[in-house]
Design a protein around this ligand. Structure first.
Ligand SMILES: *Cc1c(COP(=O)(O)O)cnc(C)c1O
Length: 380
């Protein structure tokens, strides 16, 4: 079976976790801070809080920013549901902005329009660097320069991407950055996530909320702790942090392989009519968490359903990233959202090709071959 994504765990990773299992602390030992230090260095952040998953990172972001009913948060419809669910957790309202044609990220002109429409109700923008291609963060940053709008980069796809050769672009433009270490992402801790910021007050809040809202106060009495706010158990364990630290060492080789596979797909598909390969903006680099290929199925006289089932018969299990969030039944009931034509067209055409470190080049070639045969491309 060939899937669209999967983890790579080697001997060093396994040994790092075993070492923790034999140590004094399975959780909240020395490796939590060590992993946070490594992430801070990697992304040039002043502060980092690791948490139990990327969704928890987004939840704590929403809570720390104090969103509430009546607030509007602008976001993209082409992302994982967790990106906008965190808005609903707080009672605030997500307003989806259409994506751009070329890079599938939030459209800057349409974003500006929404800002003018909702004005002071807007508390933040959460944009996702979709598939691993950064948003036009310079423009987003410029638009909000004279406004009271917080910028959140849901960076769960783009660890390792860059703008202007800067691999730490995230916090150059956004106030808060969230990461996920789910097995399909660039590096994994099984489940895991992180929140990065240069704002000390926000980081303090993240750390208190991560552990039940409790602040320890050993100076007073050795048993003393005080619960200050309603928090959660969103901690990441030492076992997971050990895996994360070990995985981080491989980030570059992971990225190189992803780029190599992307190039292979680019070479095969970029000149074929009615197929669109993912573009990379000038001075940007792509982290290729996903390889979103657009196929105009109608032109190939095949339905997307039949295409998927024919690939499945040949042991290739593809996915679609994503169905516009506001089309999910829960969202349909919950919020009114006008149709976003670019996002909906994208959803019709998009498939995510397999891309991950363990994927053999000959398997990527097999994927290409099978797609060509299913679409009948040779005969055109
Ligand atoms: C994976 C992902 C998340 C959620 O991360 P989990 O660790 O699975 O909770 C959030 N946003 C985006 C864009 C993601 O890809």
């Amino acid at each position: 079976m060939i899937y669209y994504g999967r983890q790579f765990v080697d001997k060093n990773d396994i040994n790092a976790v075993i070492k923790v299992l034999k140590s004094d602390y399975l959780t909240q030992g020395p490796l939590v801070e060590k992993f946070e230090e490594k992430l801070k260095k990697k992304l040039n952040a002043k502060y980092c809080t690791v948490v139990s998953n990327g969704t928890a990172a987004l939840h704590l972001t929403a809570l720390a920013l104090g969103w509430k009913t009546g607030d509007v948060i602008l976001t993209t419809p082409i992302t994982f549901v967790a990106t906008s669910n965190c808005i609903l957790y707080t009672g605030a309202k997500p307003v989806f902005v259409d994506i751009e044609e070329d890079y599938y990220n939030i459209d800057i002109k349409k974003l500006e329009k929404k800002i003018n429409q909702y004005k002071n109700k807007i508390k933040a923008i959460i944009a996702t660097d979709f598939a691993g291609h950064p948003c036009d963060w310079k423009s987003i940053n410029k638009i909000v320069a004279d406004k009271n709008i917080v910028l959140v980069n849901d960076n769960c796809h783009a660890f390792g991407a860059s703008i202007d050769n800067n691999y730490c672009y995230q916090l150059k433009y956004a106030d808060i950055v969230t990461q996920s270490f789910h097995p399909v992402k660039q590096i994994t801790t099984g489940e895991g996530g992180a929140i990065l910021t240069n704002n000390k007050r926000l980081d303090n809040t993240f750390k208190i909320l991560r552990t039940h809202g409790i602040k320890k106060n050993f100076a007073k009495k050795t048993w003393h702790y005080d619960m200050k706010v309603l928090g959660f158990n969103y901690r990441l364990s030492d076992m997971q942090c050990a895996l994360g630290i070990s995985q981080l060492k491989k980030l570059n080789i992971f990225l190189e392989k992803r780029k190599k596979i992307a190039k292979l797909y680019d070479n095969f598909f970029s000149n074929i009519k009615f197929i669109t390969t993912p573009k990379v903006k000038k001075f940007y680099s792509h982290a290729y968490h996903l390889y979103p290929l657009k196929i105009n199925f109608r032109k190939f006289r095949i339905t997307k359903e039949s295409f998927f089932s024919q690939l499945r018969k040949r042991n290739i299990i593809l996915k679609v990233h994503y169905r516009p969030i506001y089309l999910h039944s829960f969202y349909k009931k919950k919020i009114k959202q006008s149709h976003l034509p670019v996002a909906e067209r994208f959803y019709k055409d998009e498939i995510s090709l397999p891309i991950y470190y363990l994927l053999k080049i000959k398997d990527a070639e097999k994927v290409v071959r099978i797609i060509k045969s299913v679409l009948n491309i040779e005969k055109k």
